[in-house]
Design a protein around this ligand. Structure first.
Ligand SMILES: [Cu+2]
Length: 142
């Protein structure tokens, strides 16, 4: 009986780990900017390919001092943005980070980036390892 319970417990731990690791990131890119730009914006489609909700809590990169999740909106005709809290993605659903909406705000750049370069960004999730993703520096969306 005790062994059976332990087996069930281990199975459930493994299942949770699997579910949490099913964040799939596609079309990841950073908009190229003139040299010395104070901030850059990154975009991607975040897909939950698992069967449990994925909660994205933030992002980081060795190439930037600060990476945060932002959302753009317009107010009185002005383009503004505010930080996003946790982003919850339901099983099977996707959240699109795209120009004019959600984006990864990249500040404190540590090296000059030009079109064709790649930047590793780690997307952190509440449980599981999150996703290590290569963002391509481009002029336009892929
Ligand atoms: Cu922003």
């Amino acid at each position: 009986m005790r062994l059976k319970l332990l087996g069930l417990l281990l199975w459930s731990v493994a299942a949770n780990a699997l579910a949490a690791s099913h964040l799939v990131v596609e079309h990841a890119w950073i908009r190229a900017a003139p040299p010395g730009a104070a901030m850059l914006a990154g975009y991607a489609t975040l897909k939950n390919a698992g069967d449990a909700p994925v909660v994205v809590t933030g992002a980081s990169s060795a190439d930037f001092g600060d990476v945060s999740l932002h959302e753009s909106f317009s107010e009185n005709g002005m383009e503004r943005m505010h930080p996003l809290g946790d982003v919850t993605i339901a099983p099977g659903a996707s959240v699109v980070f795209a120009p004019g909406g959600k984006h990864f705000m990249l500040m404190g750049g540590k090296r000059e980036l030009k079109t064709g370069d790649a930047v590793e960004i780690h997307i952190a999730t509440k449980s599981g390892p999150g996703a290590e993703t290569e963002f391509a520096v481009r002029e336009t969306a892929p």
